[in-house]
Design a protein around this ligand. Structure first.
Ligand SMILES: [Fe+2]
Length: 257
């Protein structure tokens, strides 16, 4: 047995869809309820679907009974305020697990590299069913921001940087690729993140919106890339030393964002 996966994501682990071309009402992400949830970077999350329909962001495997990141329960008080976001998350018709809006405060490329992580969306996912991947719909028009994808956390070889203007739509195998966002500027970035089960529904959705599995990376000056890489090395070493002093190993996988 093997998981059902999307052929479109097989080569690179991501696809970029057509840009969402309709205006969104910012109240959909500003008026919903957030809770503090420590993820990669300075973040808050507003769930639209959660394990039990409550406004909390814990992995479904931390609930009783534990389960994988599927069959999220829509939160009526949130979806009533965010009908278009809800409709967009439901449009593929694929099973939805966690669905929430992330609010990310400004950061730097070096911060982003330090924040790179893999998700564990497929914890407890039964073999033979659909692999869980994640949709990222950028909501704010973050013209200078970009999503960073790497195969290896500390190796810049093959790094992909995907632009995040309003309407950018990506689907990423976030358990396979290390990922985080670089978000310069002075205001928060908002993005809808949805866990979807791979299968024919998601494949049809990717095809409908012309998903492409290669994009040109956002251009960043080489000295900035080099400085970010050096800073990531420095911070990771400092963190490892601090953890070693406490007799702990580094936690490599984050469950959120
Ligand atoms: Fe993540």
């Amino acid at each position: 047995m093997a998981y059902i996966t999307s052929a479109a994501l097989e080569e690179t682990g991501y696809v970029v869809l057509d840009k969402y071309d309709r205006e969104m009402d910012p109240r959909e992400w500003l008026d919903i309820e957030y809770n503090d949830w420590k993820s990669s970077g300075d973040t808050r999350f507003a769930p639209l679907a959660s394990a039990k329909g409550e406004i909390e962001c814990n992995g479904f495997w931390n609930h009783k009974p534990p389960r994988t990141d599927k069959d999220g329960v829509w939160i009526d008080s949130q979806t009533a305020k965010a009908p278009d976001l809800t409709r967009r998350a439901q449009e593929p018709g694929a099973n939805v697990g966690r669905c929430r809006v992330i609010e990310l405060q400004p950061n730097t490329y070096a911060d982003c590299l330090y924040n790179l992580h893999q998700d564990d969306n497929n914890r407890l996912n039964p073999d033979g069913t659909g692999w869980v991947v994640r949709g990222f719909f950028n909501l704010t028009d973050d013209k200078d921001s970009y999503f960073v994808l790497r195969h290896n956390r500390t190796d810049p070889e093959g790094e992909v940087r995907i632009a995040l203007p309003a309407g950018a739509q990506l689907i990423v195998d976030t358990q396979r690729l290390w990922h985080a966002a670089t978000h310069p500027g002075d205001s928060a970035r908002y993005c809808l993140i949805t866990s979807w089960e791979s299968g024919p529904e998601l494949d049809a959705y990717i095809e409908k919106y012309n998903g492409v599995n290669h994009v040109e990376s956002v251009a960043v000056p080489q000295d900035e890339l080099d400085a970010g890489q050096a800073e990531q090395s420095r911070r990771l070493a400092a963190r490892a030393a601090a953890l070693a002093a406490r007799g702990q190993a580094e936690k490599l996988v984050m469950s959120e964002a």
